[in-house]
Design a protein around this ligand. Structure first.
Ligand code: SF4
Length: 454
């Protein structure tokens, strides 16, 4: 951008346009919805809470239940302590959750509300719980908030013990309910007993029963969170969304974490499956091997379409790295990889991935935005984009296909039911990518060519 004082063109640093992220409480709310009979509570103004609920509802097409401390001018000046006190009484009386998970907002953080002290002062009914985490949205992103909320549950509830069980604690990363179901299927097939925290399957993809359920059947049970200290290991899937929670569980309860990337694509899924195999000492079931074989077969079939295609990938850091790894396995060139979530490890991991395939001239940038990505694409175009809905205008302006993966996807349906993780998830990614490329080719070839492929 132009610096008017010196007339020099400088890199834009203080302003983000169409950032590839959203605010911390969105992630905290999503994590809290993954605990059974938990009501997420937004400690701030009603507007924040409405925005966070709307954001989740538009992606999952399921209602995101949450309450608010409903700050007005008084709370903004004198602090939100009394609001939280009244809110907690009303919530336990009227909505009857087993646990309230409070996250802060920019306003309560700016005032400096001490949630630890406030919650200690609140009379919590027998057998009920209140936990909290801090989610100031002027740093981090929804991924930070997601991770902070999981750590909040561990800090309040998990207990250190000498007793050890066969269970592993799985931190799934910021993924869809469809992905969580796929993890559970694989864990069950490999006979690994587990607790997954959070687990939004059965909550954000709950079936229509004809009866309103404030708290659907799904979600991690409170007792299971308390017993996380007994787990022999934790598996943290995703550097950004899960590793911090693995560290918190280790610090608090001495549970050793196994850190893995999101199991997206062949290599990362192999690592996940082999880790489960080592933990359970069971044979990998033949149907999982068959799925892997099918995936490899599909990759060979589609290779003529995907090989050498340049792609711009944007979104959450763990997801972008996972998609990029699979794109490389398909012979594609991840020309641009960006995330809005801070964390220097993104650039390091992205470059390591590119080096493995001797890829040069690719850009990996943290704390970037879609406006910046569009500028790069103007100078050096790509064949397709992969990411959430917010890249739609850029793809349309450049006349290239957009493959919707990640978060948020607000202009398509059913995506949150379908996994992107595991071999099955990779088959789905392969289908989405290949069909987008072929649709584009169909719509850009002339009549004669079209006849030839029919
Ligand atoms: S004020 Fe802060 S917490 Fe509220 S919606 Fe905006 S960024 Fe999110």
């Amino acid at each position: 951008m132009l610096d008017f004082t010196t007339n020099e063109i400088k890199e834009r640093s203080a302003l983000r346009v169409n950032p590839a992220k959203t605010c911390q409480p969105v992630g905290a709310m999503y994590a809290a919805l993954g605990v059974h009979k938990c009501l997420p509570h937004s400690h701030g103004s009603q507007g924040c809470c409405a925005f966070h609920r709307m954001f989740l509802t538009r992606h999952f097409k399921d209602p995101a239940m949450a309450s608010s401390s409903s700050f007005t001018e008084g709370a903004s000046v004198f602090g939100g302590g009394s609001n939280l006190k009244v809110a907690s009484k009303n919530i336990f009386d009227i909505y009857k959750p087993d646990i309230i998970a409070v996250h802060t907002t920019c306003l309560s953080e700016t005032i400096g509300d001490d949630l630890n002290a406030l919650i200690t002062d609140i009379e919590i009914p027998e057998g009920k719980y209140m936990v909290h985490c801090n989610t100031p949205s002027y740093n981090g992103s929804h991924i930070t908030g997601f991770s902070n909320m999981i750590s909040g549950f561990i800090n309040y509830l998990s207990v250190k013990t000498d007793k050890k069980s066969d269970k592993v604690c799985v931190f799934p990363g910021f993924v869809n309910p469809g992905d969580m179901r796929e993890y559970k299927r694989l864990l069950t097939k490999l006979k690994v007993p587990f607790t997954m925290l959070p687990d939004t399957s059965g909550v954000m993809d709950s079936p229509m029963t004809g009866k309103f359920e404030m708290y659907p059947k799904g979600g991690t049970k409170i007792d299971d969170i308390k017993q996380l200290g007994e787990c022999k290991n934790s598996i943290a899937l995703g550097k950004f969304a899960s590793e911090p929670s693995g560290e918190v569980l280790k610090r608090k309860c001495g549970v050793e974490p196994i850190n893995l990337p999101l199991p997206m694509g062949v290599d990362a899924t192999d690592k996940f499956i082999m880790t489960l195999q080592e933990l359970s000492k069971e044979e990998v079931p033949s149907d999982i091997e068959e799925e892997r074989g099918q995936l490899v077969d599909i990759m060979i079939d589609i290779h003529p379409y995907t090989y050498g295609k340049k792609v711009a990938i944007y979104g959450d850091p763990d997801t972008v790295l996972g998609i990029a790894a699979f794109a490389l396995e398909l012979g594609m060139i991840p020309k641009y990889m960006i995330t809005g979530t801070p964390g220097g490890a993104f650039e390091r991991l992205g470059k390591e991935l590119l080096n493995r395939y001797a890829m040069e001239d690719c850009v990996v940038k943290v704390e970037s935005d879609l406006f910046e990505l569009h500028q790069w694409m103007k100078n050096d175009p790509v064949d397709l984009m992969i990411g959430g809905t917010h890249g739609k205008a850029v793809a349309r302006a450049e006349g290239i296909p957009l493959v919707r993966m990640g978060f948020p996807i607000i202009d398509r349906y059913i995506h949150s039911y379908q996994p992107l993780v595991g071999y099955r998830g990779a088959i789905r990614m392969a289908e989405l990518i290949t069909n987008a490329i072929m649709d584009y080719q169909d719509s850009h070839c002339d009549e004669k060519d079209l006849e030839m492929v029919m």
